[in-house]
Write a protein that binds this ligand. Structure first.
Ligand SMILES: Cc1cc2nc3c(=O)[nH]c(=O)nc-3n(C[C@H](O)[C@H](O)[C@H](O)COP(=O)(O)OP(=O)(O)OC[C@H]3O[C@@H](n4cnc5c(N)ncnc54)[C@H](O)[C@@H]3O)c2cc1C
Length: 438
């Protein structure tokens, strides 16, 4: 039995490894380095293109629950991410290079997987296929998917934050702390007083942006990854109540409260690179330099990578997919990853895992898995395949999509108690679901 997987990104690698685990031979196609996406920097499989964080590991957090479910279902990529973790408080952040290289090794050493460097321009007809070509699917393939799906593709844009060299940060001003002292004090914080914030805000609001192309003018952004200049344009205080909020961040050396704080998160295992949290941007590089250098503590920061913006492509899944990620009109075709409209690194890996398991089950003539909406992965796949949407937009893991708890006003009012119960219910459901293995 054999299948093809298009794209060795987060979803494609997970799908290929799941297929191989179940004895299916896999042709895994990756176009890099022959053709680039514009965002990927290496030719490694499973590259993280922007932030190095996968979000919370706490199972009472929506993204944390998804990770827990993936661990229970045997996700290869989550396991490797945990091995490549760098300190980031309660979140799972990784050394992206160590992670990609470990996935590359798993793939190259797997005798069931043929890793082929080639751009696929048409969905193959003569072999079962998982399409996991991501938000930056090559144009030729996107055109072919559009023809197959009979639906218009939707384009929108995401943005990358600048990364600076740690040794160039001025620690007379910057200080280590995690918000409210939670977890390790692994974030570097650059504090601002009112005057400094206003100066910074003026630079930001007047900074030149990279001109959008005609077809990009109607851009829609991931709400969770909005460019810093877009947030700033919503009002002078929007950033102070968003990524630059000063609450819970006090410099123990001075004990002073700040007006605003820029946080930097560790980006590699050796802790030499730090990214500016929430600073994904489309500003011109000269303007980014001026802006970064206006932040107290970063006056002389060495910028290792500038922020950029990119296209994002996703299919109209409610019309195309079932909750098992199988195409409605071609049963031996599955989609996985960001292209399905599940948004985020963890979500991409999770749908890759489910598509891989389900393709193996399809090839063996077994019933496909459809997960309950009490689980986060079940809720996500149900959401993207629900025909009820009028204007389908990508979604990431969140409590709003899972099945409600039985009516009890007391629980519904207590958010902490509610998420604990939702999480417990999901884990118990998953335990019994997995009793006989998948
Ligand atoms: C610029 C940018 C920043 C992002 N930032 C974040 C973030 O900070 N946090 C977050 O959670 N999510 C982020 N995302 C969203 C998303 O989680 C990631 O893009 C994630 O990598 C998606 O996983 P994937 O497997 O679907 O796609 P990818 O990881 O992109 O993998 C797809 C692979 O398919 C290959 N490919 C494409 N077309 C072809 C073809 N025709 N033939 C063969 N191979 C092909 C590509 O080269 C790529 O390797 C971001 C997305 C973008 C575009």
């Amino acid at each position: 039995m054999k299948a093809a997987v298009i794209g060795a990104g987060l979803a494609g690698c997970e799908a290929a490894l799941q297929l191989a685990k179940r004895g299916i031979e896999v042709d895994l196609y990756e176009m890099r380095p022959l053709k680039t996406t514009g965002a990927h920097k290496t030719d490694n499989p499973a590259e993280f293109v922007c932030s190095n964080s996968l979000g919370s590991l706490d199972p009472t957090n929506a993204s944390g629950l998804l990770k827990k479910e993936m661990q229970m279902m045997g996700s290869f990529l989550i396991q490797e991410a945990i091995k490549a973790a760098v300190p980031a408080g309660n979140a799972l952040a990784i050394d992206r290079e160590a992670f990609s290289l470990s996935i590359k090794k798993l793939i190259e050493e797997n005798e069931k997987i043929n890793f082929i460097r080639k751009e696929i321009t048409q969905i193959p007809q003569d072999i079962p296929v998982i399409t996991a070509s991501g938000p930056l699917t090559s144009e030729a393939l996107a055109e072919n998917i559009k023809e197959f799906a009979g639906e218009e593709h939707l384009h929108f844009f995401d943005a990358i934050a600048p990364i600076v060299e740690k040794d160039s940060i001025n620690f007379d001003i910057a200080f280590y702390a995690s918000r409210y002292d939670k977890g390790e004090a692994s974030y570097i914080n650059c504090p601002m007083n009112k005057e400094q914030y206003e100066k910074f805000y003026n630079i930001l609001i007047n900074a030149p942006k990279i001109e959008l192309k005609e077809f990009e003018k109607d851009a829609k952004f991931f709400e969770s990854c909005l460019p810093v200049e877009v947030l700033a344009s919503r009002g002078v205080d929007t950033l102070r109540y968003g990524p630059m909020k000063p609450v819970g961040l006090i410099d123990k050396r001075t004990g002073e409260k700040n007006y605003a704080v820029v946080q930097l998160r560790q980006d590699n295992l050796s802790a030499t690179m730090y990214n500016l949290v929430g600073f994904q941007t489309n500003l011109k590089w000269g303007a980014q330099k001026e802006l970064v250098h206006s932040i107290p503590g970063l006056e002389n920061a060495n910028i290792l990578r500038y922020g950029v913006m990119h296209r994002n492509t996703f299919i109209n899944s409610p019309k195309i997919l079932t909750p098992s990620l199988q195409c409605r009109k071609r049963k031996d075709l599955f989609f996985a990853g960001q292209i399905t409209g599940t948004e985020g690194y963890t979500e991409s890996m999770a749908t890759g895992m489910l598509a891989g398991i389900n393709m193996a089950r399809f090839l063996r003539g077994e019933t496909l898995l459809e997960l309950s909406g009490v689980s986060m992965l079940g809720a996500l796949t149900r959401y993207i395949s629900s025909e009820e949407h009028k204007n389908f937009q990508p979604v990431n893991s969140n409590w709003g999509i899972v099945d409600e708890l039985a009516a009890d006003k007391k629980i519904k009012k207590n958010k902490k108690m509610k998420t604990e119960m939702l999480s417990k219910r999901a884990i118990e459901w998953m335990e019994s679901f997995l009793e006989n293995g998948v």
